[in-house]
Design a protein around this ligand. Structure first.
Ligand SMILES: C[S@@+](CC[C@H](N)C(=O)[O-])C[C@H]1O[C@@H](n2cnc3c(N)ncnc32)[C@H](O)[C@@H]1O
Length: 222
């Protein structure tokens, strides 16, 4: 493995706002902060927002700065990517942001029922064709996420993939979820709020290529 990657893995473990746990330990009752992120870690009862597939963490860090009265956790399976965001949180002493290295499917081991107020899914791998149950908005994943949401929790998706976007709209329609906002060309209407101004690594790349960015938010009755 590249030396830099190993350095980043080691550094991650030294950050106070970075978490990982071997499955053998996690599976015995979940992470010790499960159900206690607000009270014991962030030490505030502000809403908890989880970004799934956060990559380098630009959205988690950007939102944490924009919304000091919310707490943010970025989740990704790739520790080397998370390092970028976790390093920034450490350097800038951001108190309301953290990172968890985990598979999305294991998140019920990290969060208790009703603990998470918002989920952001930012530029997920599109999983084209027959790999639909790998999509983070598939019934398989949404049923996993239900374990730690409450009835008013909001799920946000930002994607460049029209196929992924349409698939998600179908999920919302078929399951009678409540649509909150839907836009199939976000930047066609200029805006200066966080939805427009906080951009991830992949979002910037797709915008440079002239791709349209789609956004939808919804919630699921539990
Ligand atoms: C296309 S990248 C987008 C990264 C970032 N959100 C951005 O917009 O720059 C997709 C990310 O999702 C992560 N990912 C894919 N499947 C995942 C899963 N099941 N659990 C956690 N992370 C996942 C990948 O490791 C990758 O970093």
């Amino acid at each position: 493995m590249a030396k830099k990657k190993l350095q980043h893995f080691a550094e991650n473990k030294s950050f106070a706002h970075y978490f990982e746990m071997p499955f053998e330990q996690l599976s015995k009752g979940g992470h010790p902060l499960k159900g206690k992120w607000k009270a014991d870690f962030f030490k505030s009862d502000h809403p908890l927002v989880v970004e799934i597939g956060c990559g380098k963490g630009e959205y988690t860090v950007g939102q944490a700065k924009y919304f000091p009265d919310k707490n943010f956790i970025g989740v990704d399976i790739k520790g080397a990517r998370i390092w970028r965001g976790a390093r920034t949180v450490e350097d800038e002493n951001l108190k309301n942001a953290a990172f968890v290295r985990s598979q999305a499917g294991l998140l019920p081991y990290w969060f208790a029922p009703g603990e998470v107020d918002e989920i952001w899914i930012t530029f997920p791998d599109p999983q084209p064709g027959c790999r639909q149950n790998k999509r983070l908005t598939s019934p398989r994943y949404l049923n996993i996420f239900r374990n730690f949401l409450h009835k008013d929790s909001i799920i946000h998706l930002k994607t460049d993939s029209r196929e992924f976007f349409d698939y998600t709209l179908e999920m919302i329609g078929e399951n009678h979820f409540r649509m909150i906002e839907c836009n199939d060309d976000l930047y066609a209407t200029p805006g200066n709020g966080p939805l427009h101004t906080i951009q991830t690594f992949y979002e910037k790349r797709w915008l440079e290529m002239g791709k349209k960015i789609c956004y939808v938010s919804f919630n699921m009755p539990l």
